[in-house]
Design a protein around this ligand. Sequence first.
Ligand code: AMP
Length: 467
Amino acid sequence: MRCRRPYQESSITTSFESLGLRAELVRAVADQGYTQPTPVQAQAIPVILQRRDILAGAQTGTGKTAGFVLPLLQLLTEHPAGGQRRIRVLILTPTRELAAQIEESVRTYGAHLKQRSATVFGGVSMNNQIRALRDGVDILVATPGRLLDHLQQRTVNLSQIEFLVLDEADRMLDMGFIRDIRKILAMLPEKRQNLFFSATFSTEIRGLADSFLHNPVEVAVARSNATAELISQLVHPVDKDSKRALLTKLIADGDWRQVLVFTRTKHGANRLAEQLDKDGITADAIHGNKSQNARTRALADFKAGKLRVLVATDIAARGLDIEQLPHVVNYELPNVPEDYVHRIGRTGRAGTPGQAVSLVSIDEAAFLRDIERLMKIKVERVVFPGFEPSFTMAKFETAPPAPVQQRQQRPQQQRRSPRPAAAGNGASRGAPANGRPSGGNRGSQNGSRDANRSGNRRPGAALNGNR
Ligand code: AMP
């Protein structure tokens, strides 16, 4: 499943050796079949090795993880700390899945080195994490909420951090982690190297970056255009109640073996996975209501080819990295256009082509127009023979949003307070002033916290609360 061909996006013909990486790291990337650094790697690695702060505009799928993990492994190895093992690198990420994936990358790229890593994220027991931390760790990958839990319980010590990575900073802000991030920043040593990665740069993101980066080198990698070329997009206008039959047909006719299907709600994800299973297509669902173990197992089964279809909600799918994922299906369109971009970004990764198909009923036609406006493209419509919709294409192109969806959106939109500077609208949800859920047993709440956090905090993401 590894990508064994050169990264197509790159016009730069550098090698990993020429970036100044040591032999063990070059060997590790060669083991993965990487023949050439991606653009973000070619730009970021030398800068990080020069011990400069970095402000990188790079989305997931660009190879950014290796862009910071490789040079960090090198710096740790070349400048050993001496004495007891202690956490020297902190990598903050928005989601558990992303944290797990980054740590897997640390292990993969560090296979021939001696650095040790661990993860800290919610939804799983704290005890195993405490044990791993006690055993000694050089690199810690964490989501902000659980890391604060450990800090409060003094089960983690960040006083020796030399390198901080803020990954997917825009997602973290979207998910309401700004206060947590600031609290964590306040507990780190002043003198450290900072690496800041974000796909987008709003004023808020810039503000956060300015507040702690020192004279950063800016690295920007345009992915969206290059990616768009690698992803073929298609819309099948279809009646709502024919969607499942059409999906089954597409999978069977196309002999699709690995399909990521998006629904808007957790309930919808469960139901669709069950129905597909009944249709003889192995499927499972991942969403914020499932335990971390269930999510991890479903993802592992999907990656291993044991499941043909993984049905996911937007939040759960964030950070999923499934190499060479060939098919993404929007069973329902998201009502937040940016989510569409993130969804289809699950395919066409690392230079491999992918296909994104959307099954669009008339009540979603307005969402499609919003998406097309955002992407500045028009997606081809193809009526699938045998699944002709009951509406005309003229109606489809002009249809207003269906009242039922408006009804679903409004209550939450009204409840949501305007996004404050510190993104802490937890107060409006009865949470304590620190913007975090109340109650003693944080561990059990963490099971859905990622989803809950994001659910109420993204402007326009009205249905997220149900994801
Ligand atoms: P990321 O943007 O870090 O999530 O990486 C996206 C995907 O690109 C991952 O599946 C990596 O394994 C893959 N990848 C990273 N670097 C390279 C490279 N130089 N050549 C080919 N694939 C790569």
